[in-house]
Design a protein around this ligand. Structure first.
Ligand code: ATP
Ligand code: MG
Length: 423
């Protein structure tokens, strides 16, 4: 049996050391430590690390036996046999810059963000899903980029390097795309010397002038190709709400003249085919109205992943992280209750007072999106508890349950089956 761990080391921006030179120091620092996956270390015994490293993140931990390779969720001790996959990186302090792509044409807007960015740090870890969705998307993206880097013939093995995340609103699709781009920029930095996230503002591609939208799309993709000419740059292109660019052509055919919407769909499809020959581009797309997307686009996506509303255990993890934050910031004055790590504990009402209260809260939140859940604490503090008087965990949990029930009741009046999505 051996342990394997992925470690991300964030070197201080001002450090002049070549990032890789601290490999031995990091391994010596970690051997003998007992650590939970997804934890962050900010203080070190080693002087050189204190001087040059701002933090070390322990990511996935795997235990390998003869027949299996299992991801571990418990505290693990790193011994002599542990293998470290260490990724050194420096986080850029830049924030997304909005640019007009067509020179003097202000409507052509996209956001540019050099990766890895401090702005996105921690996003990946904050997203909670029951199944292995995050790892699957990351592995698939890495495999696609590996194929293109290895010049696998795309006529033999088809790969457009396009991902489509779809599902109800507020389930973390956009956040997950950005988090995947950030992870790739860290994990693949031995293959790409720099990385960039381009977030296309889809709405800005629709011109108010008839027949101009297709040209705007072409200009946008032209700019992307220009940047992608440098094979050392990993380019992650995010097209949010992709249905607006790839609206089903069957729904738009009306009369003999192709409508502007059809021109846009045609332009997007053609340009996606052209991007295929740029091995360093990955296109990440999202949609919450899947049945409106043109089937030819859906077909081009290499991986289509449904992102659901969280299950009771996912809800528990999200709400627990909210509790931890409020306790840390002094808005709740009792210590954090022990974290439930076994899903089955949430189903049983046999546990003690607070645990069973949390379990009931999670069940009453079923159907709410991740976005709605992350709004609950503020709602509690704005309507049920005074924000400047610290509450106890018990009071807060009770108030959250009531707030969740009110929120679900409210949503019903919007008559949107997606908002209260059962599964
Ligand atoms: N599964 C989840 N785990 C943790 N946080 C979540 C989850 N789902 C959503 N959130 C939080 O909800 C907020 C909204 O997420 P995001 O905008 O990425 O959702 P979306 O699926 O793109 O929504 P939309 O379909 O409306 O565009 C973010 O702050 C995100 O962190
Ligand atoms: Mg979104």
């Amino acid at each position: 049996m051996s342990t394997q761990v992925n470690v991300e080391v964030f070197v201080k921006l001002e450090s002049p050391l070549p990032t890789d030179s601290l490999r031995c120091e990091v391994e010596n620092e970690l051997r003998g430590e007992s650590v939970l996956p997804c934890s962050i270390l900010k203080s070190f015994k080693n002087q050189l690390l204190t001087q040059h490293v701002s933090s070390i993140r322990i990511c996935e931990i795997y235990v390998r036996t003869e027949n299996s390779n299992c991801e571990v969720t418990k505290t693990t001790t790193f011994d002599e046999k542990t293998t470290f996959n260490t990724f050194f990186t420096r986080l850029s302090e830049e924030v997304p810059q909005s640019e007009s792509i067509g020179g003097d044409d202000d409507t052509l807007a996209a956001n540019f963000l050099p990766l890895p960015a401090k702005y996105l740090d921690g996003l990946w870890e904050s997203l909670v899903y029951d199944s292995n969705i995050k790892q699957e998307i990351l592995q698939y993206s890495k495999a696609m980029l590996h194929y293109s880097k290895s010049q696998v013939d795309p006529n033999i093995i088809n790969c457009n390097r396009v991902l489509l995340l779809h599902g109800p609103p507020g389930t973390g699709k956009t956040s997950l795309c950005k988090a995947v781009a950030q992870k790739l920029s860290i994990r693949l930095n031995s293959s790409y010397s720099q990385a960039l996230l381009i977030e296309i503002n889809t709405h800005s591609l629709f011109s108010k002038y008839f027949s101009e939208s297709g040209k705007l799309v072409s200009k946008m993709f032209g700019k992307i190709r220009e940047i992608a000419c440098d094979p050392q740059t990993l380019l992650c292109v995010l097209i949010d709400e992709v249905e607006s660019l790839t609206h089903s052509r069957s729904a738009s055919t009306n009369g003999s003249e192709p409508s502007d919407a059809i021109r846009v769909v045609n332009a997007v499809l053609t340009h996606l085919d052209i991007l295929k020959s740029y091995p360093n581009i990955l296109t990440l797309t999202t949609s919450n109205v899947t049945n409106a997307i043109d089937i030819a686009f859906v077909d081009r996506a290499d991986l289509r992943v449904f992102i659901p509303n969280p299950s009771p255990f996912g809800i528990y993890s999200i709400l627990y992280s909210c509790l931890e934050e409020l306790i840390k910031k002094g808005l709740i004055n009792s210590p954090c209750p022990p974290r439930i790590t076994d899903k089955r504990e949430l189903d049983s009402d046999e546990s003690d007072g607070l645990a069973s209260q949390m379990a009931k809260l999670c069940r009453s939140c079923e159907g709410l999106s991740g976005r709605a859940l992350r709004k609950l604490p503020l709602r509690v503090h704005s309507t049920m508890l005074l924000p400047d008087v610290p509450a106890s965990v018990e009071e807060f949990t009770k108030a959250m349950k009531k707030a969740a029930e009110d929120m679900k009741e409210e949503m019903k009046s919007f008559d949107s089956p997606n908002m209260i999505h059962a599964e």
